[in-house]
Design a protein around this ligand. Structure first.
Ligand code: GLP
Length: 263
């Protein structure tokens, strides 16, 4: 796992946007996995900025979102469908038919989950999956106890997640109790993973998922199983990592490594 420690949220967002922009430039028709939450908002702003400057073309990009609340219509301002349009899709030239968000209102959720998996397959799999991390260590909505081989399915949210996400709703009782989420197994099939985290609140869980044992109690630890995972942090989120200085040293050596490989 590559760990990149940046000085603050803005830098974290820029580095994450660099990685995504690089993916789009290398393969303009790439398949991006996208995330919601407060963390990626700065990354999306940066991607929008680059698009508006004419430096980034989303016309052939295909997207799949990680998760969606069950029971919120797409017009609800806290649905992840709405969030993605508000924070990214409405501001770039992505083709509406290339956008996929798990259906949280499907009459047959199980069938809808199977359909979502098929759509990812049909698109050729995900090239780059952006991730955040929940306070309880979840990726997407893979709450503690989720199988590390799980596929897209319905999950019941933990009390901690409901409390964490209540800040986006008028009151805690408005937060949906269920969500449709890509599974950990689905996420691990992406060719590259990019997890971003910032702030002191994420420091403990960040140290646990990077340096602790792999466990379904902290589903982000599954990143340790992926051969091509990058984690971009700000100083605060990185503050409890034991090997913090080593990760910084490795990052600083990167240009030298590239030179050595070329020679
Ligand atoms: C939600 C989403 C996750 C996200 C997490 C963290 O639970 N399902 O995909 O990573 O929130 O959110 P934030 O970035 O706001 O801390």
């Amino acid at each position: 796992m590559e760990v990149i420690i940046t000085k603050d949220y803005d830098q974290m967002s820029k580095v994450a946007a660099d990685i995504i922009a690089d993916q789009i430039k290398r393969r303009p028709n790439c398949v991006l996995g996208l995330a919601t939450g407060g963390t990626p908002v700065g990354t999306y702003k940066e991607l929008i900025r680059r698009h508006k400057e004419g430096k980034l073309d989303f016309s052939k990009v295909v997207t799949f979102n990680l998760d969606e609340y069950v029971g919120l219509p797409v017009t609800h301002d806290q649905s992840y469908h709405y969030f993605m349009h508000d924070n990214l899709f409405n501001h770039v030239n992505v083709a509406p038919q290339n956008v996929h968000v798990p259906p949280g209102m499907a009459p047959d959720i199980e069938a809808a989950c199977a359909w979502y998996e098929q759509e990812i397959d049909k698109a050729g799999g995900i090239d780059l999956q952006l991730l955040g991390i929940g306070g309880d260590g979840h990726i997407a909505f893979n709450e503690p106890g989720s199988s590390l081989a799980s596929r897209t399915r319905l999950k019941t949210l933990t009390e901690e997640t409901i409390k964490d996400n209540a800040r986006f709703f008028e009151k805690e009782s408005d937060v949906p109790r269920f969500a449709v989420t890509m599974g950990v197994g689905t996420i691990l099939e992406a060719r590259k993973l990019l997890l971003i985290a910032n702030g002191k609140k994420k420091a403990k869980v960040t140290a646990e998922f990077i340096e602790g044992p792999i466990t379904s109690q902290i589903t982000a630890t599954a990143l340790q199983l992926h051969p091509n995972a990058v984690v971009v942090l700000d100083e605060e989120a990185a503050s409890e990592l034991k090997q913090r200085d080593y990760y910084k040293w490795v990052y600083a050596q990167k240009p030298k490594v590239a030179e050595a490989v070329k020679a």
